[in-house]
Design a protein around this ligand. Structure first.
Ligand code: PLP
Length: 218
């Protein structure tokens, strides 16, 4: 069994999905995975994502998983399948605008700051609740919030990682109960990478983003 099959086996056991993170990897490496039947890939830089999308098979679902500047949304709005790291009202508004121009609905995830490190991007729970209660939010029709995303602290302390994943799951549950009760689309928790995806699955992840375990070290 190769790495992809092994990861897919675990992911499917939990009814979750795998985004194969192909950042920095050449097209031939991506095609090798694609030819095994996997069609969901993630990139974290706009330029690289645009170039790969243009030169790779059309039925690939491209996920933008990295920090995204508002001014770059227009470059990916015509094709991106999901945007994982929405971390400001301004970015959400821009995605809504650009998606509308392409007559598309773009599913997005709200990124939460769950790690101890101060370098990681993301909303606090208060910021998101203010956004969800705002009048402006109710006018967004083309950026569709389908869940939450987070990155755990980069550490060997797996108890800490687990507790950070638990905190994202509880934020999800709170938002689901209070703001998305009858909204079946709000169901995604994007958490877990090469070093911690099995813990993430145990803690309720629905989308894991795994790169180096599949493609090798970057
Ligand atoms: C690079 C990256 C990943 C994958 O990291 P690996 O450790 O290689 O699995 C997941 N999520 C985000 C946001 C990334 O930038």
């Amino acid at each position: 069994m190769n790495a992809l099959e092994e990861i897919l086996g675990k992911v499917e056991k939990y009814g979750a999905r795998l985004v194969a993170v192909s950042k920095t990897k050449p097209n031939n490496a991506i095609l090798e995975i694609y030819n095994q039947g996997h069609k969901i890939f993630g990139e974290n830089r706009v330029q690289e994502l645009v170039e790969k999308q243009a030169s790779m098979p059309d039925d690939i679902e491209w996920h933008m998983i990295g920090h995204l500047q508002s001014k770059k949304v227009k470059q990916i709005a015509s094709f991106v399948h999901m945007i994982h790291a929405v971390d400001s009202p301004k970015l959400l508004k821009e995605i809504d605008k650009r998606a509308a121009q392409h007559e598309r609905i773009i599913p997005v995830l709200l990124q939460f700051h769950i790690a101890k490190e101060s370098t990681k991007y993301g909303f606090s729970q208060d910021e998101v609740e203010a956004l969800l209660r705002s009048e402006e939010f109710k006018t967004f029709e083309n950026a569709k919030i389908v869940g939450v995303m987070g990155m755990a602290t980069f550490t060997d302390d797996m108890d800490q990682v687990r507790s950070e994943f638990k905190s994202l799951k509880s934020i999800f549950d709170h938002l689901k109960t209070n703001y998305f009760t009858n909204n079946e689309d709000f169901k995604e928790i994007s958490m877990g990478m090469s070093g911690d995806y099995t813990i993430a699955l145990e803690e309720g992840s629905t989308i894991v983003r795994v790169g180096s375990l599949i493609f090798g070290k970057r």
